[in-house]
Design a protein around this ligand. Structure first.
Ligand code: CTP
Ligand code: MN
Ligand code: MN
Ligand code: MN
Length: 396
């Protein structure tokens, strides 16, 4: 036990976008408890409470050392009464009783199982629970009508809920790259989301597609999807067209935080041999990748988890594709790299501290009444008066 007087008092800036948050976390027990409570709030459709817990967890993720006493946290931002109570409980007893009882509650378990179905959000899940449906089995037996996304989500439940490895993300990247350059030579594919931040696993794989010549990217998504479909790579896809230009409320002020790029939410069919073949060229040059690829090949254990079922020669993987014109690429890249909290904090910083509106399309300066152009993420941070934070340090 460290003497309170000797323990260092931490200090972190207010906004997550002013901090460098790597994947190294010295306070995992605390942040796991707060993240669990955030997840529960989101599952209960209480986003305000969810954000409060996410902000508190993000502050602790940015600390250079484990917290040993509450006094070290004096003056830190974003730690509300409730979060401090949770932290105190963990420091005194080794775990959060609220997080533990939440985790074990039937309602939390049911909400988590049901929203694990792709296409099912907290509202639908809550409605089903009110009608006595708490499990996948009960849902299947109920005869409730499911939309196309939910049908695919239920059918591919295990795959969609199994973490995606970096090796699998790279294999999908090669498929997407082949698809994109087949239908539009010169087009470029960039891995975004958690994998761009250096995460080793993810719940999906995110890609941003563009072409160096403005306008050439128009209508690209349907062609990419057709190509992927013709090759049997898609188990499900829903493509939404670009709605940016025709919107009336101004490009930097979308009605919601959703952007309006041409996009595709999909479920890929990734073959076992695809995963190996695409790894082979890399295994010769990169020892680290080889190690990960083999770990991943041994680690999935499909036969062990479903002993009486034929192991499938493929797995389902959630993939998000977004097409951006090159003029908006830097904004799209920044907006799709995450983390979600980092993005939220960037927009909060822009609005409250700079009187600017940031979206995945543009940055608008409300004082100067003009758009600020940028061709790189570095330029956007500079416009916002922020020190540049590389993707690997945006893990807030
Ligand atoms: N995003 C978005 N609009 C959506 C969905 C996601 O702008 N409708 C952005 C998020 O803000 C985030 C990025 O896309 O910056 C990636 O989101 P997501 O895949 O949900 O999260 P990851 O950080 O990639 O984490 P995971 O590994 O769990 O996929
Ligand atoms: Mn992702
Ligand atoms: Mn995530
Ligand atoms: Mn995604």
């Amino acid at each position: 036990q460290i003497n309170e007087a000797e323990a260092m008092v931490f200090s972190v800036p207010n906004y997550a976008c002013q901090r460098r948050t790597t994947l190294e976390n010295h306070n995992a027990v605390l942040t796991d408890a707060l993240s669990l409570l955030a997840e529960n709030a989101e599952l209960e459709d209480e986003d305000g409470r969810g954000v409060a817990f996410r902000r508190a967890a993000a502050v602790l993720k940015a600390l250079p050392k484990p917290v040993t006493s509450l006094t070290q946290l004096r003056g830190l931002p974003c730690l509300g009464e409730h979060s401090l109570r949770v932290i105190q409980d963990v420091l005194e007893t080794g775990s959060s009783s609220e997080a533990e009882s939440t985790k074990q509650s039937e309602r939390f378990k049911a909400l988590k199982v049901l929203t694990g179905i792709f296409g099912v959000g907290p509202k639908t899940a809550a409605w089903w629970i009110r009608h006595g449906i708490n499990t996948l089995h009960q849902l299947r037996a109920s005869g409730h009508t499911l939309n196309r996304a939910q049908q695919a989500g239920l059918e591919h439940y295990d795959g969609v809920n199994r973490p995606v490895t970096k090796a699998e993300a790279d294999a999908i990247g090669e498929i997407v790259e082949t698809a994109v350059t087949s239908v539009l030579p010169g087009a470029q594919v960039t891995l975004t989301g958690g994998f761009r931040r250096g995460k080793l696993t993810g719940h999906d794989v995110d890609f941003l597609i563009t072409h160096p010549e403005e306008g050439r990217e128009e209508g690209l998504m349907p062609k990419v999807v057709s190509w992927l479909e013709s090759q049997g790579f898609l188990l499900y896809q829903k493509t939404t067209r670009n709605s940016y230009l025709e919107s009336k409320d101004g490009p930097a002020r979308p009605a919601s935080n959703m952007d309006r790029f041409e996009r595709c939410f999909s479920i890929f069919k990734l073959a076992e041999d695809e995963r190996r073949e695409t790894k082979q060229p890399e295994t010769r040059t990169d020892g680290v990748t080889r190690l990960r690829a083999s770990e991943d090949a041994c680690g999935r254990q499909p036969a062990l988890s479903q002993a009486d079922e034929e192991p499938k020669p493929w797995r389902a993987v959630r993939v998000d594709l977004v097409v951006s014109p090159i003029s908006q690429f830097a904004f799209a890249l920044l907006g799709w790299t995450g983390s979600k909290l980092f993005e939220r904090e960037l927009r909060r910083w822009a609005g409250y501290e700079k009187t600017m509106s940031l979206s995945s399309h543009a940055l608008y300066d409300n004082k100067q009444s003009r758009y600020l152009k940028a061709t790189s993420e570095e330029e956007i941070f500079a416009h916002l008066g922020l020190e540049y934070v590389p993707p690997s340090e945006r893990n807030a």
